[in-house]
Design a binder for this molecule. Sequence first.
Ligand SMILES: Cc1cc2nc3c(=O)[nH]c(=O)nc-3n(C[C@H](O)[C@H](O)[C@H](O)COP(=O)(O)OP(=O)(O)OC[C@H]3O[C@@H](n4cnc5c(N)ncnc54)[C@H](O)[C@@H]3O)c2cc1C
Length: 591
Amino acid sequence: MAAIKSAIPTRRFDAVIVGAGGSGMRASLQLAEAGLNVAVLSKVFPTRSHTVAAQGGIGASLGNMSEDNWFWHMFDTVKGGDYLGDQDAIEFMCREAPKVVYELEHFGMPFDRNADGTIYQRPFGGHTANFGEKPVQRACAAADRTGHALLHTLYQRNVRARTHFFVEWMAIDLIRDAEGDVVGVVALEMETGEVMMLEAKQTIFATGGAGRIWAASTNAFINTGDGMGMAARAGLPLQDMEFWQFHPTGVAGAGVLITEGVRGEGGILVNSQGERFMERYAPTLKDLAPRDFVSRSMDQEIKEGRGCGPNKDHVMLDLRHIGADTIQKRLPSILEIAHKFANVDATKEPIPVVPTIHYQMGGIPTNIHGQVVTTKNGSNEIVNGLYAIGECACVSVHGANRLGTNSLLDLLVFGRAAGNHIVASNLKARSNKELPADAADVALERLSRIENSTGSERVQDVANAIRKTMQQHCGVFRTDELLQEGYKEIMELDERRKHVSFKDKSKVFNTARVEALELDNLIETAKATITSANARKESRGAHAHRDYEKRDDDNWMKHTLWYSEGNRLDYKPVVTKPLTVETFKPKARTF
Ligand SMILES: Cc1cc2nc3c(=O)[nH]c(=O)nc-3n(C[C@H](O)[C@H](O)[C@H](O)COP(=O)(O)OP(=O)(O)OC[C@H]3O[C@@H](n4cnc5c(N)ncnc54)[C@H](O)[C@@H]3O)c2cc1C
C-alpha cells in the first residue's frame, strides 16, 4: 500500500481543522488572525454546520436582567452535570463566558437587545441565582436563531482573516507517525472522489456530535461521529460515551427541536389531564429543571398512562398564554416549526412533544487547552499534534448532563483556548514533521474494502439497524437486560458493517461512498456508547438505570474511557479540585 503514497497529492499547512461549526471556526479565527496558514475542512458549506440550528442561546453571567455571577453559573454546571464534570474546566469556562460573548458582540453578532441597549438574556433549564434559589436569565439570545447568527458572524470574520476553506471535503483518517504524533489527515473531495493528504503541525478535530446513531434525533444528517471514528481507529480513547442527552421537546413523530427557550419564555408542559406535571417533580424549577430530569418526568407520565394523542405517546408544550406578540418577536422559528412539522398554530394550540436524542456529553478526551490526552499507567499523556474541541470533545465541562446554552459557550471558550494555545507554541518557527511512508494506509484500506467488497450488506440497512438498536436499547431509561441485548446486536452489526458493498459497481455515486465511510464512524460511536453504558452500574445524569436507581459516588464517580481495539474500558478520576475556589461536594440533585 505504501507505494501508492507518492501518487497522492499532498498539501502542507501550519494547522488543519476538521469541522467548520462554531468550535472549528472560532479556533480557525484565532489562528488565521495570528498569521498562521490554516485549512478548515467541512463536509458541508461552513454555515450549514449543525451549529446553525442552535436556537435558544449562549450561557454567560452578564447579569443584564438581574444579579448574576460566574460562581453561580459554575455551581449550576457542576450540579447539572451530576458531579461528573471536571471542576477546573468548568471554572475556566464559566469565568471566560462573559469575555467570549462580548467578543462576539464586537464581531458584529446581532443579539436581541434590552431597552437600555444591553444583550437580552432569557431563563434556561438549570440556570439559577444564588446556588439553586430561583431561575436566573443567563442565556444570551438572538431570537430563536442564536446559532445561525453566531455561525454567520464567525464565517464572515474568517473570510476576512483569510482562512482556507475546503468545502465538501471529508476527512477520512488521521495520520500518526512512528512516535504516535499526529501529522495531518487523509481527506476525500466529495465531488470528485479525489484523495489528498493534508500535512499539519497541529490537527484540530471540531467534527461535532453523532446524534445520528439514534433513529429519532434533533441532529443534522451529517452528525455521524466522524471525529470519534477517526480517533478510535487511531487507537485513541473516547470518554464518557454512555452519557447522551435527550432533549425534552422534540416534535412528536418528527424529532425536530423546539428550543428550551420556549419554556424560558414561559411555556409549560402538560399531560392528557391538562396538568402542569413538572410542578410535582421539580417544585422550585418546574419546567426549567435540567433536561435529564424533565425527560425522565415526561417518560414517567407517558408510562403511567397520562400521555396525549391516540397512542398516549407524547405530552403537550403549551405557550398560548405567552401571547402572540411575544411569540412572534422572541420565538418566530418555533411558530414555523410547529406549523410545518406538527401542523399546529402555536399561538392557538399546544405542540405535541417527546424526549428526543440531542447531544453527546462524551467525546475525545482533552485538557482545558483542547489538547487530546490519553491515559497511560494512571497518568495523563498528551497526544502531540492533536486537539479536539466542541461537541466531539470531552473536556469535561458537561459531566453526565449538559445544561442548555453551555454547548455554544463550550465551542467559543475552548475553540478560542485551543487557538491561543497553538499560537503561543510558536508554530511558525517549526517545520512540519515528515509524513511516514504508510501515512495513507488506513484510509486507503478502508476505501479499497468498500470499493471491492463482494459482500451482500447494504449501507442503509446496517445504518438503520444501528439506529433502531440504539433507540430501543439505550433510551431515556436503561436496564441490564436491554443494554446486554443491545450490546450483542451492535457487535453483530459491527461484523455486518465489514461486508457492505455497492449493488452496481459500475455506477457508484460519491455520496454513496461517503455514506459507507460514515457507517464506519457510526458503528465506532455506537460501540463506545453501548459498551460504556452496559458497564456503568448506577444512575447519574443522563444515564438512568432502572436496575441501579441511585448515584453511586463510592464506586462510579469516575470517567469512562473506551478503546476500540479489543472493545475495552478503562477509567480515570473526576477532577474535583477547581482552579481557585473550593470544591463543590456532591449533593442529592433536587430542583
Ligand atoms: C437543533 C439543535 C439546537 C441546539 N441549540 C443549542 C442552543 O441553543 N444552545 C447551545 O448551547 N447548544 C445548542 N445545541 C448544541 C450545539 O448547537 C452543538 O453542540 C454545537 O453547535 C456543535 O458545534 P461543533 O462546532 O462541535 O460542531 P458542528 O456545528 O456540528 O459542526 C461540525 C462540523 O464538522 C464537519 N465535519 C464532520 N465530520 C467531518 C469530516 N469527516 N470531514 C470534514 N468535515 C467534517 C461538518 O461539516 C461541520 O462543519 C443545539 C443542537 C441542536 C442539534
